[in-house]
Design a protein. Structure first.
Length: 160
């Protein structure tokens, strides 16, 4: 009985770790806070590898381009690397590190329609992460938590 409960608990822990999150952002020229709008909006959001970022907008009113760090800072949207023009745009965050997004419509970026995200290695998909990916404190914490649940369950199984 204890073993069954243990397996069940482990499955619950494992499936919650494996869940890739979807983050929806309203994609528009911010009406308040200018270029701080998106960083404030997402200040408490953790982006893990393989999460999906959804830019919610109507096709033709905005687009989404990816930029280098310097071009992002200067809103040099003409140097765009990729362009997505169909809203809503869903982007799978399939690598760790910084992503820089902006809208390439005239003046939209300089009015604050720009967003950078820092993607952390997720403990749930180590095989997808680069070999030298730095592990975030959060994922180390969850590994530690999983491990202590495991130890607890072994102890329970020995007792009963
Ligand atoms: C996208 O934006 C529209 C219009 O503002 C809104 O009605 C809709 O709920 C949004 N979709 C999501 C997934 O947030
Ligand atoms: C991530 O996805 C993009 C677009 O699908 C692809 O071009 C790129 O090679 C992928 N990167 C990695 C690290 O898998």
């Amino acid at each position: 009985m204890a073993t069954n409960i243990g397996i069940l608990l482990l499955l619950i822990v494992a499936s919650s770790l494996a869940q890739a999150a979807q983050h929806v952002v309203p994609w528009m020229i911010p009406t308040t806070q200018g270029s701080s709008f998106y960083s404030n909006l997402l200040a408490k959001t953790t982006f893990n590898l393989n999460d999906i970022l959804v830019f919610n907008y109507t096709t033709g009113t905005h687009n989404v381009v990816t930029l280098s760090k310097d071009d992002f800072k200067d809103c040099s949207v003409k140097n765009k690397m990729e362009t997505f023009e169909v809203g809503p745009t869903m982007i799978k965050l399939n690598r760790t590190g910084e992503y820089y997004f902006a809208c390439a419509f005239p003046a939209h970026c300089s009015l604050g329609q720009k967003l950078s995200v820092n993607v952390m290695a997720s403990s749930s998909s180590p095989e997808a992460a680069p070999a030298v990916a730095p592990s975030s404190p959060a994922s180390r914490l969850s590994v530690a938590a999983t491990f202590s649940v495991l130890l607890m369950l072994i102890a329970i199984n020995i007792l009963f």
